[in-house]
Design a protein around this ligand. Structure first.
Ligand code: ADP
Ligand code: MG
Length: 354
């Protein structure tokens, strides 16, 4: 449905988007994640035809955004980071204004009623937009995007500034829309993409650094062999013993202490569950194991390790600081980066480039 092909955008000397490629299939809900300034909004603005690219191309439903800007715009409902609301209009006036602007031909009253039902705006339909709360204004922004029933929906930070209850409502709404639309949304709230997206694309410094199905990310995250152990005994010797073990890939003593027990972060060698053997080994040494917890990894850990890893290779000077980063996360980040790079390579470059 959407194909972004070696996209580059320069703002003067700043390269905001640096060779981004990805494809989105019909019906997919894709989350664009990335730190502030990563290039998410710029990418979305190019995709929707609001900005031109410096090079590369964007196809929506087989149409090039540059060749058929109006046709493409008809297929896309866009909620920009700052929704273009006219505060002195009522919700009704504004939606009718957008309806006319889009040259929509659906039955107006029925269409707007249906949209307001979906985004729950019916109660405030006759109120002035300036008197609405942030949450309701955001819904007006979403309603405006849905006018004309476009098959592709693009939301830039749809839940920013909303309270937790509103966030859940908007998320549910996005999930509902995902049933019969192709959706791309950007956010820096990680749980958000995990909750609603089929696929996660992480952008850092204008580049795609990760592109994975959410279920794969969840599987990777739960498959990691990381433990937090509380062990009584001399810290230095315990640590040395842990590091000596063949089934331990990484061990570190954490600051926490509980009487004569210290807390350790342990990562086992790939695929090995060390819990039982660790118990016997410590018992043989006379060092009671009084706590052992398996640690999952969350999207946040993955996000940070992937972003750190790319920052590190871009600026090797920062290495000292990151030197203590855990091996598991480093390996994982590298494997995600490698898989993503391969995926990016597989998208054939546009003949018009270089
Ligand atoms: P994100 O949405 O991921 O936070 P943006 O796409 O807004 O990132 O910005 C990417 C980079 O481009 C940032 O470094 C930002 O400062 C820069 N940038 C964005 N818009 C402009 C502009 N109109 N002129 C110059 N630089 C810009
Ligand atoms: Mg942005």
């Amino acid at each position: 449905m959407i194909k972004i092909d070696h996209l580059v955008k320069n703002y003067g000397a700043t390269r905001a988007v640096d060779d981004i490629s990805f494809e989105v299939a019909k019906g997919e809900i894709v989350g664009l994640l990335g730190p502030n300034g990563a290039g998410k909004s710029t990418t979305m603005n190019i995709l929707t035809g609001y900005l031109s690219s410096s090079s590369g191309r964007v196809l929506v439903d087989g149409l090039n955004v540059l060749d058929a800007p109006l046709e493409v715009k008809k297929r896309i409902g866009y909620l920009p980071e700052q929704p273009p609301l006219y505060l002195d209009m009522t919700v009704e006036e504004y939606l009718i204004f957008v309806y006319n602007l889009k040259g929509c031909t659906l039955n107006r009253t029925k269409h707007l009623e249906e949209i307001c039902e979906v985004v729950k705006l019916t109660d405030v339909y006759h109120r002035l937009i300036k008197n609405l709360s942030k949450g309701y204004r955001q819904r007006v922004g979403i309603a405006q995007a849905l006018i004309g029933n476009p098959p592709v929906i693009i939301f830039d930070e749809p839940t920013v500034g909303l309270d937790p209850k509103q966030i859940i409502e908007i998320r549910n709404l996005i999930r509902t829309l995902g049933r019969d639309h192709t959706v791309i949304l950007s956010t820096h709230i990680l749980q958000e993409v995990q909750a609603v997206c089929d696929r996660i694309i992480i952008i850092n410094k204008g580049r795609v650094v990760a592109d994975e199905l959410t279920e794969n990310i969840n599987r990777i995250a739960s498959n990691c062999n990381r433990y937090q152990a509380k062990i009584c005994g001399p810290q230095r010797e315990v640590l040395a013993m842990l590091r000596d073990r063949a089934d331990v890939a990484y061990a570190e003593a954490l600051g926490a202490r509980d009487g004569d027990a210290y807390v350790y972060h342990i990562e086992s060698t790939k695929g090995i569950d060390i819990r039982k053997s660790l118990f016997y080994a410590l018992s043989a040494k006379g060092w009671p194991l009084i706590g052992l917890e398996t640690l999952g990894m969350n999207l946040e850990d993955i996000f940070i390790s992937v972003v750190d890893k790319t920052d590190e290779s871009a600026a090797p000077k920062a290495k000292g600081k990151k030197g203590r980063q855990r091996t598991f996360e480093k390996d994982l980040a590298q494997s995600i980066l490698d898989a993503t790079a391969a995926k990016q390579e597989s998208i054939a470059p546009y003949e018009g480039d270089e």
